[in-house]
Ligand binder design. Structure first.
Ligand SMILES: [Fe+2]
Ligand SMILES: [Fe+2]
Length: 220
């Protein structure tokens, strides 16, 4: 029979599974993206605002995490995915946008030219960058910015994760720590999360007390 304890056990299992997946994603990104993660370019990326509410750095890490998550799901469907290429592509895809105000005349030019610039940065960071990874980066803007369509499954994954993350940044806002931009949406979401944590703890406490009372009654 379903009761509060059963629900809470189930939710704990889901939480454990999610945090295990998060750990695996982090490990893969650290392993295959170490050159990019240690670069000055990525540090600089956390200083530049992106999609109004985010930074290039935060967006980059979110695109990488979503791309790896999609890759895991596809692998479960027995679809082969080159995860190192996905990670390199995702981590480098927007590095060419750094310094956009001085580098590009306007947004249109930025949207059209930054993938090519990102490939240049990627080649500097990873001397043996494969053409496969370069293509992922070069074509990530599709269907925007007059970009060619991705020519590999990994390219489709990064392009889709990029759009997902961009829409999420713009609509929902994100945890902006480095730009000093006040993120009202994020503050509200954090407040709601805190409220829900408190309520969950209260329900757990109530459930524990109830079980103890029932146990006492049975033992009497
Ligand atoms: Fe981009
Ligand atoms: Fe992007």
């Amino acid at each position: 029979m379903r009761n509060l304890w059963y629900e809470s056990t189930m939710h704990r299992q889901i939480r454990d599974k999610r945090s295990d997946r998060k750990r695996r994603i982090g490990k893969d990104i650290d392993r295959y993206g170490k050159d990019v993660l240690a670069s000055d370019e990525l540090k600089q990326a956390f200083e530049q605002t992106h999609h109004t509410w985010s930074t290039v750095g935060e967006h980059t890490l979110r695109v990488a995490a979503s791309s790896v998550m999609i890759s895991y799901a596809l692998r479960k469907l027995n679809i082969k995915v080159n995860i190192p290429a996905v990670i390199i592509g995702a981590l480098c895809h927007d590095l060419g946008i750094l310094g956009r105000d001085t580098k590009f005349e306007n947004n249109k030019e930025c949207s059209r030219e930054h993938p090519g610039e990102s490939v240049k940065v990627a080649r500097e960071l990873i001397p043996d960058l494969t053409e496969h990874s370069a293509d992922i980066i070069e074509r990530h803007m599709w269907p925007a910015g007059q970009s060619k369509a991705p020519n590999s499954l990994e390219g489709v994954i990064v392009s889709a994760a990029d759009k997902y993350s961009a829409v999420k940044d713009i609509v929902k806002g994100s945890d902006v720590k480095h730009t000093g931009v006040k993120n009202v949406a994020h503050d509200q979401a954090e407040w709601l999360r805190e409220q829900s944590r408190t309520q969950t703890e209260k329900v757990r406490e109530f459930s524990r007390e109830l079980q103890e009372k029932v146990r006492d009654q049975i033992n009497k």
